[in-house]
Design a protein around this ligand. Structure first.
Ligand code: ZN
Length: 56
């Protein structure tokens, strides 16, 4: 059973390690699922951004 994969990209690609044609999945709505293998991708915010945390 596939689990959710967390990504920080708006678009991910999936080919299930070559088991099906490469497809791109749009995650702009927050999550998406591969139409071939059913893998679910969830878009998350980047955990840390060094340039964003500096108080200087
Ligand atoms: Zn897939």
């Amino acid at each position: 059973m596939a689990s959710e994969i967390k990504v920080t990209e708006d678009v991910v690609s999936c080919s299930d390690n070559g088991q099906h044609p490469l497809v791109y999945i749009n995650l702009k709505s927050g999550r998406g699922q591969c139409q071939y293998c059913g893998q679910v991708f969830v878009r998350v915010e980047p955990e840390s951004n060094p340039e964003d945390q500096q108080a200087a």
